[in-house]
Design a protein around this ligand. Structure first.
Ligand SMILES: [Zn+2]
Length: 147
């Protein structure tokens, strides 16, 4: 499988890189949410976070962490937004971690996150289904304490 981020990983496609090691590359998104928006990818092709091998977990996310940590100093940002889209809204089918510089009042409204509510007893049902899929052993009753 070859995609545009595989080409970035091999160096076939030249992009503004900010970090590279044998396992991970970080570079500027060519259509940033805000200037300084970085994408962190594994050099090896991986479709989504679900497919990420354990040995790449730490290299990928520690790089994202270092990029986020650098944003206040490098860009004057107050913080950052770190996100991964899997399949839905994933523009390139090669796992990439977005690290977007954020500051209060930056006007970010592009992420449309409508919030909903659980009906009575519904949260317990969702929690139970997820606990079962995770194989149990996730602690106590898992009650959601929302007013
Ligand atoms: Zn790829």
């Amino acid at each position: 499988m070859t995609d545009v981020f595989c080409q970035v990983a091999t160096g076939e496609l030249i992009v503004p890189e900010i970090y590279r090691d044998p396992l991970v590359v970080a570079f500027l998104d060519h259509r940033p949410v805000f200037r300084g928006h970085v994408l962190v990818i594994p050099v090896r092709h991986v479709d989504t976070i679900v497919d990420l091998p354990a040995e790449l977990m730490e290299p990928l996310f520690s790089t994202a962490q270092r990029v986020a940590a650098a944003m206040p100093t490098a860009l004057g940002a107050q913080g950052s937004f770190v996100a991964v889209n899997n399949v839905v809204s994933q523009s390139v089918p090669h796992l990439h971690v977005h690290v977007v510089p954020r500051s209060k009042g930056d006007g970010l409204r592009g992420f449309f996150w409508p919030r909903t509510k659980y009906a009575d007893g519904e949260a317990e049902s969702y929690a139970a289904r997820l606990r079962e899929a995770l194989g149990g052993n996730t602690g106590a009753a898992g009650r959601l304490e929302h007013p």
